[in-house]
Write a protein that binds this ligand. Structure first.
Ligand code: SF4
Ligand code: F3S
Length: 106
């Protein structure tokens, strides 16, 4: 599966959802999650993310491993999203900020 990681938090650009052939992105207040049971590993979403927040499970940075479970948990409870929407107004300011996990709204 592919995994949305920490840098999506508070950026949430949503470019990723437009290219997913199986519509397996789910939307929370300030983060998106991929359903690992639905993702077919096509890799189309990875280059679409302006925040470079999407990784293959096999290439997850060590400090992002916990996002595998976070994606699975949150995709199961959040609504599906298939159309791009405007990002938060301050998305650019948050792009690349470390330690954003504390702001993840579930
Ligand atoms: Fe969707 Fe493909 Fe990305 Fe999986 S890898 S979330 S199937 S676009
Ligand atoms: Fe998040 Fe990147 Fe998609 S910031 S919403 S994973 S385009």
């Amino acid at each position: 599966t592919f995994v949305v990681t920490e840098n999506c938090i508070k950026c949430k650009y949503t470019d990723c959802v437009e290219v997913c052939p199986v519509d397996c992105f789910y939307e929370g207040p300030n983060f998106l999650a991929i359903d690992p049971d639905e993702c077919i590993d096509c890799a189309l979403c990875e280059p679409e993310c302006p925040a470079e927040a999407i990784y293959s499970e096999d290439e997850l940075p060590d400090d992002q491993e916990e996002f595998l479970e976070i994606n699975a948990d949150l995709a199961a409870k959040w609504p599906n999203i298939t159309e791009k929407k405007d990002p938060p107004e301050d998305a650019e300011q948050w792009d690349g900020v470390k330690g954003k996990k504390q702001y993840l709204e579930r």
